[in-house]
Design a protein around this ligand. Structure first.
Ligand SMILES: Cc1cc2nc3c(=O)[nH]c(=O)nc-3n(C[C@H](O)[C@H](O)[C@H](O)COP(=O)(O)OP(=O)(O)OC[C@H]3O[C@@H](n4cnc5c(N)ncnc54)[C@H](O)[C@@H]3O)c2cc1C
Length: 472
């Protein structure tokens, strides 16, 4: 069967785009965090929607499972094949054309393999902002962003990837092409297929192109770091900015003392410019389409009020673009510092802001009591209630041994607390294979069964990224 597949796929793709040698396949077989490594019959690199459709048709006929892949920066092992060696990886990186920038409609139509940073740059060249922004933007691709419904640092103002998408082109499990490439902001024609595919992590269809929203480029941006002592005052600070700055508030990120200490350990140039690395360092960004002065004054007035009411104890306003960038780099490097330190236990969760203080207090106490000496590395897109609540073993202990012994009970403890607070066990990273069991346990039976029904209806042979998100 596998020989059949390879023989037939060579009628669709030039042989140089069918990778079968072990050393050629290797870069595609392990996820970014190096948590999962699989095997693959082949890595396929199509350049057109028609090639993708022909490959999926062949997969359907030969019962070959297909794992779609973009930049392979996902955190849940969704783009890594299983260990059977029978699945094929379909990497979309050659589908990297921008089809159209429609200035009047403020939209960009583009292929799934476009790298996020290049989309931001191409949009800016035409005077537009493409607001999706995340630490992996130099390598993640829009198809992967859509498939995981990625979040990032601008969700507070512009929403997540789902909110930025108007239309999709998708190859279905039977190899048909659904052309939903409409740049419409209103389209009430029954079930929303676009929304079904967004966030489905390659389990319902393969996204080959999309129409995304563009926004006017802000002409001024001011970034500040502010020191808070606890979560309650951090949330009060967020509410103050939301009230005073309204839609000019484009970023509100929280970094704990421990996460910035870790940053400094691995990247000494990233030392916190605030005095004595306070319990919480908050990165705040305001953006405006009016004058530089207007937004700067507003920022100063709000900070002054925050000082006077005791919400913050220190603040530094970036004096130029390069300092503002260094603040953002500090935030983005926490993920990298964590991976340099060792593979810690990650929890990408959302909690309603009103319950966040309780969640952190109770969960910290439970974790510390049960696992004395563990390090809690806590940071996140606080404006969205999104916390990256990560656990590293006590200093000097082996990460692998600690994780092996404690991963399951730690996940259960934290996810149990998430449930008590009516939160979600995946805020923005998705489910993949990492949270397959967690989803089953926490989604609720009715929702889980509905998801299985959808999967069976849209992929009856279970060939699209099987055993990711939901198992049927
Ligand atoms: C340093 C760093 C920082 C990050 N920060 C953030 C952050 O702030 N917010 C956030 O949300 N994520 C973040 N991530 C996670 C990751 O970058 C996102 O999940 C991203 O959207 C994945 O895109 P990708 O192209 O790498 O997808 P991949 O990792 O290749 O794939 C992810 C999933 O999507 C599926 N898929 C990929 N392409 C397609 C397609 N065309 N059609 C159908 N299915 C497809 C795959 O099968 C897989 O299930 C970060 C990652 C890193 C390494």
């Amino acid at each position: 069967m596998s020989h059949d597949f390879l023989a037939q796929v060579s009628a669709i793709l030039d042989s140089k785009y069918i990778l079968i040698e072990e050393e050629e396949k290797a870069p595609y077989l392990t996820d970014w965090r190096k948590r999962y490594t699989g095997k693959a019959l082949a890595v396929l690199l199509p350049a057109t929607t028609e090639e993708v459709a022909a490959i999926v048709k062949l997969c359907a006929v030969t019962h070959t499972a297909v794992v779609p892949q973009g930049g392979n920066t996902g955190f849940c092992g969704g783009a890594t094949p299983d260990s059977s060696g029978k699945q094929v990886i379909l990497n979309l990186k050659r589908m990297n054309q921008i089809r159209e920038i429609d200035a009047a409609n403020q939209t960009i139509s583009l292929e799934a393999g476009c790298i996020l940073q290049s989309i931001q740059e191409k949009s800016a060249e035409k005077g537009f902002l493409f607001p999706l922004s995340l630490g992996a933007e130099g390598s993640c691709m829009i198809g992967g962003n859509l498939a995981t419904n990625a979040g990032g640092t601008n969700v507070l103002r512009y929403g997540n990837t789902r909110d930025l998408c108007l239309g999709l082109e998708v190859v279905t499990a039977s190899g048909e092409i659904w052309n939903g490439m409409k740049g419409l902001r209103k389209d009430n024609t029954g079930y929303d297929l676009r929304d079904l595919y967004i966030g489905s992590e390659g389990t319902l269809g393969i996204i080959t192109a999309a129409v995304m929203k563009l926004y006017p480029l802000p002409i001024s941006q001011w970034t500040t770091l502010a020191a808070t002592q606890d979560i309650d005052s951090t949330i009060a600070l967020l509410n103050l900015f939301q009230q005073r700055a309204t839609s000019l508030l484009t970023g509100f990120e929280m970094m704990t003392k421990e996460s910035l200490a870790l940053n400094e350990k691995h990247f000494p140039q990233m030392a916190n410019p605030l005095k004595e690395n306070p319990p919480y360092t908050i990165l705040i960004e305001l953006s405006d389409h009016e004058s530089e002065e207007h937004v700067k004054q507003l920022l100063e007035v709000i900070l002054e009020e925050a000082f006077e009411t005791g919400l913050i104890s220190d603040a530094v306003i970036a004096s130029n673009l390069s300092q503002a960038n260094s603040f953002w780099h500090m935030r983005e490097h926490i993920t990298l510092a964590q991976s340099q330190e060792g593979a810690n236990l990650k929890h990408d969760i959302t909690i309603p802001l009103s319950s966040l203080d309780r969640f952190i207090r109770d969960t910290d106490a439970l974790i510390k009591a049960k696992y004395p000496g563990v390090r809690i590395i806590n940071f996140g897109h606080l404006g969205d209630g999104n916390l990256h609540y990560n656990i590293a073993p006590p200093d000097g202990e082996d990460f692998k041994a600690f994780n092996l012994a404690n991963e399951k009970p730690i996940h259960e403890l934290i996810y149990g607390q998430v449930e008590l607070c009516n939160g979600s066990i995946s805020a923005e990273h998705g489910v993949g294979q990492l949270k397959l069991d967690g989803l089953r346990a926490h989604k609720g039976e009715v929702a889980h069964e509905l998801m299985k029904t959808l999967k069976k209806a849209l992929d009856p042979q279970n060939i699209l990224n099987p055993h990711k998100v939901v198992s049927i």
